[in-house]
Design a protein around this ligand. Structure first.
Ligand code: GLA
Length: 713
């Protein structure tokens, strides 16, 4: 210990030690939030505070002890524990005493590790808290070490536990289904438990993404109220538990769903839980979202600060019905449209069982000779000739029973040996817990990139949950499958990252079936939903924006809801990472011209939309209109999108009050991106005026939209 400290000091890393309360209090702070733990007289660790950062550190010393920080099963607590360990002697109680802690600098903030140990058994738990100062984001996880002589089994193993004590709590969750993702619901929490979890395994977030908003005291609005926004970075079964106890205290637990997932730790081994990421805003959900957006772009998402490519995808333009000629034309269309990339979707592979529909071929990643006689190489050559990049769809974790892979390697498939198989979208899931399967999946990507170096991007899909739950590889450890599946997936993604660090990839799972911050370490963007109706997308993008920046939300213009007209559809898509999934020959010359103009506008507006601050000004949940704006970090420019969805007859219209501007700056405001290609007249307003009086951006017209560009003079 002495040597470690000396070393740490020598490198100037040790930030916190030797304070008056260092023995009994651990203070973890970001710019605006304080998280305080106290070691009680009984030697156990308590959470004394989680709230607005207090200016005088001495204030923390006066706090009541609070609730035990990481409650363990089997002792005197009557509510949901953070940890429950089964031991060889059948005693499953755990008592955790404080042993030590240290805080060191990490990029953007600090990392604090608090070590706890059981005085009777040799189990140890380390609680980790990374605190990102400027972004006000905490990343928490725990690590359990087995120093016993025999194996132990984790029954429950939360990443983190947080405590609140307030008169009222309101939980906002986002749930839905395929093509109906992230629908917002809010409820007050009373005594008892509210659980949001998933047991879907691979397409884990199909019914609910792994995030929530918890308002403390009063329901938070966009700009007011104390609100905790939390999310779990885990591409598998997760669980959030919110439990109000008999005294009105609330505990929040986030972690891997322990359902059918008891996990053995062998002697000398350890288990690290996934990251539970949270931010606590004192001024509503808008600030909480911006905190997470900033943190994600800087510290989490693959190439978070880099550029993103606009694209033309062929999925809705052709579905499975294409050949080389059609694709060559589409590549030329991508060029004509002015986008950066052409993306070839599902349907290009399989020979014994050509992928003519979703009924067969998954697993056989060789190009269908009948469809593409000159292979992918002909397509990447053409893309190069046209000056666009080439992207390719894959779904490497899955298999159709009608495939050569299934015929050869049934033992690689998650399926019950003695029951009729149940199929989701006619397919089964490969057993990613098996290292041979991991090699195979890595080989799909590596093989394609080796054969076709012109591939510049992958869309990685995952269309089935884990069904027929049995692993040939896990043997007697079947309860390890859900966890090992995800770890196996990460092994593959790490190998891809190591060999192809600059390869952008889209995370897709039958729409938004995978939307988490661990996967996004390896993916530059995600596909939020197969529902591309622009009205639905206003809600879907609103929902995901609570936690994810526009930069990672792919938004494509398609033929869904043609009544909305090209302008409305394009304007909605411009609020995310713009793409097109439309047959350019089905639209008029005027519409095509509009799309081209929009690509150019989007490219100019990228610094605000993709890398700036997002302000949700008018919620589609609150009426028949919606408005969102994006401001560059230097507040010198911005863009406002305004939508009239289905206004009522003679509906009263109110100004849209802008946000995030420099009050003393004068902005030139001009309507751009009009349907006829023209621009409005520029008018000047102060930032103060725009953020106080606002602008009359809404109309009584159905499905109409406007885009305004702001430039500081
Ligand atoms: C999923 C994706 C779609 C498309 C199809 C192809 O549904 O979400 O975008 O790629 O698969 O089969």
């Amino acid at each position: 210990m002495k040597i470690t400290r000396k070393l740490i000091l020598a490198f100037g890393f040790l930030l916190m030690s030797g304070m008056a309360w260092a023995k009994s209090q651990i203070v973890i702070e970001t710019a605006k939030t304080g998280l305080v733990f106290t070691v009680g007289d009984d030697g156990r660790l308590y959470q004394s505070y989680l709230g607005k950062r207090l200016p005088a550190k001495s204030d923390y010393a006066g706090l009541p002890l609070g609730k035990e920080a990481y409650q363990a099963h089997g002792m005197e607590d009557y509510f949901e524990p953070a940890i429950h360990i089964n031991r060889a002697d059948a005693n499953s109680s755990t008592l955790l005493e404080y042993r030590s802690h240290e805080t060191k600098a990490c990029p953007g903030g600090t990392e604090t590790v608090i070590r706890l140990a059981d005085p009777v058994y040799a189990d140890e738990v380390a609680l980790h808290f990374m605190a990102y100062a400027d972004e006000d984001v905490f990343v928490a996880w725990s690590e359990v070490f087995n120093r016993e002589k025999k194996a132990i089994e984790l029954e429950k193993y939360a990443s983190a536990m947080l405590h609140f004590y307030a008169p009222k709590y309101y939980l906002t969750q986002y749930d839905g289904d395929w093509a109906a993702e992230v629908r917002r619901h809010t409820q007050e929490l009373y005594f008892g438990k509210k659980v949001i979890d998933t047991k879907l395994g691979a397409r884990a977030d199909m019914f609910a993404p792994p995030f929530f908003q918890l308002s403390i005291g009063t329901p938070a609005t966009e700009k007011a109220g104390e609100v905790l926004v939390g999310t779990l970075a885990w591409t598998g079964n997760y669980r959030f538990t919110f439990e109000v106890d008999n005294l009105g205290a609330l505990r929040v637990l986030g972690g891997i769903n322990p359902y059918a997932s008891q996990y053995r730790i062998d002697k000398g081994g350890s288990f690290r839980t996934p990251d539970f990421i949270f931010t606590l805003s004192q001024c509503g959900t808008g600030q909480a979202s911006r905190n997470l957006h900033d943190w994600a772009r800087k510290y989490r998402v693959k190439d978070g600060t880099g550029n993103r490519m606009t694209l033309l995808n062929n999925w809705e333009a052709t579905y499975f019905d294409f050949n080389e000629d059609k694709l060559l034309k589409l590549i030329a269309d991508a060029k004509e449209l002015g986008v950066d990339m052409f993306l070839l979707d599902d349907g290009w592979f399989g020979n014994k069982y050509p992928r003519h529909s979703d009924t067969q071929g998954l697993g056989d990643w060789d190009v269908t000779a009948g469809k593409l006689p000159n292979g992918i190489g002909r397509l990447t050559d053409e893309a190069r000739r046209q000056g666009v990049k080439f992207g390719l769809w894959i779904e490497p974790e899955m298999v159709n029973p009608k495939s050569e892979l299934y015929e050869k390697h049934k033992d690689w498939v998650i399926t019950l040996p003695n029951r009729k198989e149940y199929y989701f979208r006619n397919q089964l899931v490969l057993d990613m817990s098996n290292p041979k399967v991991q090699d195979y999946v890595f080989g799909v990507v590596d093989g394609l990139l080796t054969r076709y170096p012109g591939i510049a991007y992958f869309k990685w899909d995952c269309n089935s949950p884990i069904t027929n739950i049995y692993s040939n590889y896990e043997g007697h450890d079947q309860t390890h499958l859900y966890v090992d599946y995800v770890c196996g997936l990460y092994n593959v993604l790490k190998r891809i990252e190591a060999k192809y660090p600059d390869l952008p990839m889209m995370l897709c799972s039958g729409g938004g079936g995978r939307t988490d911050y661990e996967a996004l370490k390896y993916f530059t963007e995600m596909w939020p939903s197969d529902n591309t109706d622009p009205v639905e997308r206003l809600f879907i993008q609103w929902g995901y924006s609570q936690v994810f920046p526009a930069k990672v939300q792919c938004a494509h213009v398609t033929s869904w809801n043609k009544d909305a007209g090209i302008k409305f559809r394009v304007n909605v898509a411009m609020m995310g990472k713009l793409g097109f999934d439309i047959n350019l020959h089905d639209i008029s010359a005027g519409e095509l011209a509009y799309c081209k103009q929009s690509v150019a506008d989007f490219n100019r507006l990228k610094p605000a939309i993709l890398d700036g601050d997002q302000y949700r000004l008018v919620s589609p949940y609150d009426g028949n209109h919606a408005s969102t704006m994006y401001v560059t970090k230097d507040r010198r420019s911005g863009v406002v999108f305004a939508f009239d969805i289905y206004p009522r007859y003679a509906e009263r219209l109110y100004n849209v009050v802008l946000d995030g501007l420099d009050a003393s700056a004068i902005y030139s405001v001009r309507e751009i991106n009009r349907a006829d290609g023209s621009q409005g007249e520029a008018r000047s307003y102060s930032g103060a005026y725009l953020m106080t009086v606002g602008l009359p951006l809404f109309t009584g017209n159905k499905l109409s939209s406007r885009v305004y560009e702001l430039t500081a003079e």
